[in-house]
Design a binder for this molecule. Structure first.
Ligand SMILES: *Cc1c(COP(=O)(O)O)cnc(C)c1O
Length: 385
């Protein structure tokens, strides 16, 4: 297996699930989104570990993602967060993926597909309370509920909304979330007043799990915290989490360069004095953002060393200084390790983005290596000379 790997610590995932469970108490169900290949961690092993650790429901963004889970033998309920195309409905029904329904047309089309398959198909009614993405307006919820109940091949089993600012503790964001929750509660009341059972009610993403107890209802849908990152930098101190992914590589080449030597494309870095330089076989072709060139430190033998010069497609260079104990084949942690290693959250902060994008972009060229029960020393991926 190649030197660059994403180690996926399933024991850390388990701990993060326990942290969420402790936070929300024993009652609410946990739905874990494993969309975008489990935020880059590998949807199937993550889903299997999660289901064995107290997660009851999974969620995906595409029909294909749901089908892959089913092919792996996963029988747990799976929610579909995005709107499928009409021509995907047959596959969706066959794979038993419960979609969010936000309008009558979708309900009609799905009911017809369920009819053709001869099944009664479970759906969740989605209300847009202020995210502006997918959902019916709160005032239309009761009528849509009535319509769902009127369709014999559909089973109205849940009611959901999604929160746009639940990850921020700032006063205006908190007020906005409260307003969303008030609209949601009003719509739930209207559905019940019209004589319908709302089914499982759910709203909370990661931010709400830690900031909005009143958003728990019957089920929570935290993603990023289960993968080990706070949903926003402001919440970093609130939450004790362990990053599930460690991006690892190895030193595959070491050389001494003399003062004035330029490195990498464009020669943007020039050795100010004699330096030892290591080459790592990882680059933007693996999903390590090129825009981190000159702005990243990696951990080797417990010490952070700066990346120098431009990150190439498949390789990058590290300045080891003048006297170094680093040796060829030493393992390198790029993010997510223990000790001084940076996290995907640190990389995200440098790029003004969020950790979701960092782990999600580590692509399929990087093998995922699943480890569990690891605390001291991981798998040997590199050997000393
Ligand atoms: C992705 C997603 C979540 C999880 O969001 P996190 O910020 O990762 O907790 C929950 N609900 C819906 C509808 C989503 O699309």
């Amino acid at each position: 297996m190649r030197a660059t790997q994403a180690l996926i610590y399933l024991d850390r995932l388990k701990k993060n699930i326990e942290a969420v469970r402790n936070r929300i108490g024993p009652k609410p169900l946990i739905c874990m989104p494993v969309k975008a290949d489990g935020y880059g961690h590998g949807a199937i092993p993550v889903a299997q570990e999660a289901l064995g650790s107290g997660v009851a429901v999974l969620a995906v963004a595409t029909v294909q993602e749901g089908i892959e889970l089913r092919k792996a033998g996963i029988t747990a309920p799976i929610l579909l967060f995005s709107i499928p195309l009409p021509q995907e409905l047959e596959e969706l029904v066959a794979a038993k993926l419960s979609p969010f329904i936000a309008d009558k047309d979708s309900a009609t089309a799905l009911a017809a597909a369920a009819d053709r398959a001869g099944v009664r198909f479970p759906v969740h009614l989605k209300i847009d309370t202020g995210m502006g993405r997918v959902g019916c307006c709160p005032e239309a919820a009761a009528a849509l509920a009535a319509y769902l109940v009127s369709l014999p091949s559909l089973q109205y089993v849940g009611t959901a909304t999604h929160l746009a600012r639940a990850d921020s503790p700032l006063a205006d964001a908190v007020a906005y979330t409260k307003k969303q929750l008030a609209r949601f509660t009003q719509a739930l009341d209207a559905i019940r007043t019209a004589g319908f059972d709302t089914g499982i009610v759910h709203a909370a993403n990661s931010g709400a799990v830690f900031l909005h107890e009143d958003a728990y209802f019957d089920m929570v849908r935290p993603g990023i915290v289960l993968y080990g990152y706070p949903p926003s930098e402001e919440l970093a101190s609130l939450v004790q989490l362990e990053p599930v992914m460690e991006l690892r590589s190895s030193v595959v080449f070491i050389k001494k360069v003399s003062p004035g030597t330029p490195l990498s494309y464009g020669g943007t870095w020039i050795a100010p004095e004699e330096r030892m330089i290591a080459t790592l076989p990882v680059g933007y072709g693996d999903g390590l953002p090129r825009s981190l060139s000159g702005n990243l430190q990696v951990l080797i033998r417990g010490t952070l060393y700066p990346l120098v010069g431009r990150i190439c497609m498949d390789q990058c260079m590290v300045d080891l200084g003048q006297n170094t104990d680093v040796r060829r084949w030493d393992p390198v942690t790029i993010f997510g390790g223990t000790g001084a290693a940076l996290t995907a959250g640190d990389l995200a902060a440098k790029l003004h983005t969020i950790p979701y994008e960092i782990t999600g972009n580590i692509n399929k060229r990087v093998p995922r290596v699943y480890c569990s029960g690891v605390g001291n020393g991981v798998l040997p991926i590199a050997y000393h000379e």
